[in-house]
Design a binder for this molecule. Structure first.
Ligand code: HPA
Length: 275
């Protein structure tokens, strides 16, 4: 199969079903699933219906897209992310973003759960990703250039400065603290060792998580603008006496969902108003 052929098939399936193309691809991290309930007259498509996309398996994630309007913006909401640690290859993990772009989306808005490294980032804190460190050491861009992408994408402004400014403004208006920070993407699925967290802290990471980097790499190669927000669900390993657990991640996600959801809706509304 040539690169992109299954995606072309998936695009065909979707274009036949969608009233309008999406403008924003919104990837929901842990705890944000409820945002989908705000969508009216949305079209739901599970991953399994689309060539090139598998069903997601990790606990707490349902793999589907919802197409419709949120805060006045045509969005493709992805609930259920594909992670490298599940064993999917890089191309599969990046397939939703590439599909979104093929459908016409210009903006990738990713949310994720992350461990807080920098002091002051506690469970419930929100971080505006200003840059990332790729400790997954893998990339969906390896191999033949994917149709519509460039070989050597520039990553100096991977997280779009204008979108970051807009998100900060909206957070300020909502009275929400949104701290800029660097996201270290790791492979997982084990949480980090305290020594790894110490290392990440020293090289400038503020939060750590197991997603986001492959999606942003594919988005940038395709010319999409990216905005990323991390919800800190736990202190990173070794920074608290507690042991880390997936349950804690999910519970903090659920508790803080309302604030993050309102922020995301505010950002979408601001996009609609200004750009
Ligand atoms: N480490 C890696 N990924 C995570 C964490 C963490 O502490 N919390 C949520 N996702």
């Amino acid at each position: 199969m040539t690169p992109g052929s299954s995606l072309e098939a998936a695009r065909g399936v979707l274009e036949a079903r969608l009233p309008r193309p999406p403008r924003v691809h919104l990837v929901l991290g842990s705890g944000l699933g409820k945002i989908a309930e705000q969508m009216e007259e949305s079209v739901a498509v599970s991953f399994g219906e689309l060539p090139g996309l598998p069903a997601a398996t990790v606990a707490g994630h349902a793999g589907r897209f919802l197409f419709g309007e949120l805060a006045g913006v045509d969005v493709m909401v992805q609930s259920g992310r594909l992670h490298l640690y599940e064993g999917w290859d890089e191309a599969t993990v990046a397939a939703p973003v590439r599909l979104a772009r093929a459908l016409g989306a210009e903006i990738l808005l990713v949310t994720n759960a992350a461990g807080g490294i920098r002091s002051g980032l506690e469970p419930g804190s929100l971080v505006l990703i200003r840059d990332h460190l790729n400790f997954q050491l893998r990339s969906p861009l390896v191999g033949p250039v994917f149709p519509g992408e460039v070989r050597f994408p520039d990553m100096t402004e991977a997280y779009d400065p204008h979108l970051r400014e807009l998100a900060s403004r909206v957070a300020g208006e909502q009275g929400v603290v949104l701290t800029p920070g660097v996201y270290a993407g790791v492979l997982g699925p084990s949480f980090e060792t305290p020594a790894e967290i110490d290392f990440l802290a020293r090289i400038g990471a503020d939060v750590v998580g197991m997603s986001t980097v492959p999606e942003v790499l594919a988005a940038r190669a395709g010319g999409m603008r990216c905005l990323g927000i991390s919800l800190v669900t736990n202190l990173a390993a070794g920074l608290s006496p507690e042991k880390l657990s997936h349950r804690e991640v999910m519970e903090t996600g659920d508790r803080s969902a309302a604030v993050l959801q309102r922020l995301v809706l505010g950002i979408l509304a601001a996009l609609e108003g200004r750009e």
